[in-house]
Write a protein that binds this ligand. Structure first.
Ligand code: NDP
Length: 246
């Protein structure tokens, strides 16, 4: 029988970027962490090793969040490792950009499969299995407010995440579980940087009044706030974390 010694946080898409930084931060805050990844095992294992080297607890768990059976197994493995789940960070996501006129069916289907069905799969499982007093935090994006050309399908997937989170917050009445979304602006990760010309990165770096890109730890800090004691009274909200870009 596994002994529960601390609160447990499951972070999807924690092999890189915001998810990896969130896993490290929540571990520093005392959570035992499930480091989920889809395809890149080595960086996920590296994150878990770093957490353990710093005295924390972590296990790695592969699951494609778009697959409901895999998400069920992900929660099974979290419960097997640590006895239950208190915090879920619905972070896994992809970003494929095209104007709507040019977007093919694959772009639409893949975006919705990961960013919407994936989030739904995890929200559903969290709603069923999270311990009372838990926290659910899903990653939206500030493009829901900015509405830039080229982001139609991606922004629509994130708008749906915000809507589902707010409704789940109400559905979980009576269990002392909060459900919120974090909506970052441009953040220096693979998802944002890959494939963008230097001048676009430069322009977007200066777009917020704070005149820099977000860093993964800027976003991880806001997630840790919602997951920790100071976030207890924030529920059903979208928190834009973006240096003031919108
Ligand atoms: P990265 O591309 O750096 O990391 C994405 C992570 O998601 C990886 O760990 C990847 O795992 C995982 N992932 C991708 N697909 C799946 C899947 N089907 N199942 C499970 N895991 C999956 O992205 P970011 O850190 O930048 O983004 C994290 C979240 O923040 C996303 O939801 C994104 O939309 C959102 N966001 C990011 C912004 C930015 O500017 N960076 C701005 C606003 C929102 P693997 O390596 O194994 O494939």
């Amino acid at each position: 029988m596994t002994q529960q010694t601390s609160k447990v946080a499951l972070v999807t898409g924690a092999s890189g970027g915001i998810g990896a930084e969130t896993a490290r931060r929540l571990a520093r805050d005392g959570f035992a962490v499930i480091v989920n990844y889809a395809g890149n095992a080595a960086p996920a294992e590296q994150v878990a090793r770093e957490i353990e080297a710093a005295g924390g607890k972590a296990v790695v768990a592969q699951a494609d969040v778009s697959d409901p059976a895999a998400v069920r197994r992900l929660f099974d493995s979290a419960e097997a490792a640590f006895g239950g789940v208190d915090v879920v960070v619905n972070n896994a996501g992809i970003m494929k950009l095209a104007n709507i006129a040019d977007a093919d069916d694959a772009l639409f289907d893949q975006t919705l499969a990961v960013n919407l069905k994936g989030v739904f799969n995890v929200l559903r499982e969290a709603a069923r299995r999270l311990r009372d007093g838990g926290r659910i935090i899903s990653l939206s994006s500030s493009v829901v407010g900015l509405l830039p050309p080229g982001y139609g399908v991606y922004a629509a997937s994130k708008a749906a995440v915000e809507t589902m989170s707010a409704i789940l917050a109400k559905e979980l009445r009576g269990r002392n579980i909060t459900v919120n979304a974090i909506a970052p602006g441009p953040t220096a990760t693979k998802l944002f940087l890959d494939g963008k010309p230097a001048e676009v990165i430069e322009r977007l770096s200066k777009a917020a009044p704070l005149e820099r890109l977000g860093q993964p730890d800027d976003i991880a800090g806001s997630i840790a706030f919602l997951a920790g004691p100071d976030g207890a009274w924030v529920n059903g909200q979208v928190l834009r974390v973006n240096g003031g870009i919108v």
